[in-house]
Design a protein around this ligand. Structure first.
Ligand code: MG
Ligand code: MG
Length: 274
């Protein structure tokens, strides 16, 4: 069974981490296909169909489908939608939109979970800044995933970077999580916090790091569909996520895509294999 550092925190062996990379690669390949499919006129339900085919074609199962009754294989959140958007035939992308795509898959009993935000067509300059701030805050958070660091170091790094980039709203109601034989496991990973606080990170922990940054205030509300989370002020939002293992050699990005290869090499982190 699992070694546990803290109650409820599942630790993985190197062999199990290799299986999680395999699951993560299914998610990565699916997000690659979805990014390539994003264009004006495509509906979020079209994207959902591509995702389900990609995941099942790899012999995996879409973990979002049926999760507490969710109908999609992805969450597709457009513009002021932050997370948990439900794929819909009547939600059609237009030039200049932003779409956040969150995707999860189960392979051989192990979960992968990752998200990207993509501009539809030519991005607006303010959207480029929002995406850069959110994605880089994710990398800064991931950089803290080293044995001996504390959970609070992650949130402090994410929040510190977002603050350094301007007046972005850092969503607090949702955050990252442990991941392994379930999608959402202990611990909850806040995107804000204090250095040196929280549980100690140890080898074999796998965490999903997923900042959500708003162009306006941090405040969000959930729509009456029971899922879709939108910004309270209607400003646009971005969401990036990777599932990552804590190893002695540094953060091992389990959901790494080819377009992350150069960045991971630059940071000197373990090569997850592409
Ligand atoms: Mg996710
Ligand atoms: Mg997640």
């Amino acid at each position: 069974m699992f070694r546990r550092s803290e109650p409820g925190v599942q630790l993985k062996t190197p062999a199990e981490i290799a299986k999680m990379r395999a699951a993560g690669r299914v998610v990565a390949d699916t997000l690659d296909r979805l990014r390539a499919a994003v264009r004006p006129g495509v509906s979020t339900l079209d994207l959902d169909a591509i995702a389900e085919e990609s995941i099942r074609g790899a012999g995996a199962v879409p973990s979002f489908k049926g999760y507490h009754g969710f109908t999609g294989s992805i969450c597709a959140s457009v513009n002021e939608e932050v997370v948990h958007g439900i794929p819909r035939a009547d939600k059609v992308l237009a030039e200049g939109d932003l779409i956040s795509i969150d995707c999860g898959a189960i392979l051989d009993g192990w979960h992968g979970d990752s998200a990207i935000t993509v501009a539809v067509g030519e991005p607006r300059p303010e959207d480029v800044r929002l995406l850069e701030a959110c994605e880089e805050s994710m990398w800064r958070g991931i950089a803290e995933l080293r044995p001996g660091n504390r959970l609070g170091d992650i949130g402090a790094a994410v929040d510190g970077y977002l603050r350094s980039r301007g007046r972005f709203g850092n969503v607090q109601e949702y955050g990252g999580h442990g991941i392994g034989t379930e999608m959402h496991m202990d611990p909850h990973v806040l995107n804000y916090g204090r250095r040196g606080k929280g549980i100690e990170l140890v080898e074999g922990m796998c965490l999903a790091i997923e900042p959500m940054a708003n162009a306006g205030t941090r405040h969000v509300v959930q729509l009456e569909d029971g899922w879709t989370v939108v910004t309270r002020d209607g400003a646009r939002s971005a969401h990036f996520e990777h599932s990552v293992a804590v190893t002695a050699e540094g953060p091992l990005v389990l959901t790494a895509r080819e377009d992350n290869r150069a960045r991971i090499a630059e940071l000197g982190w373990p090569d997850p294999g592409f």
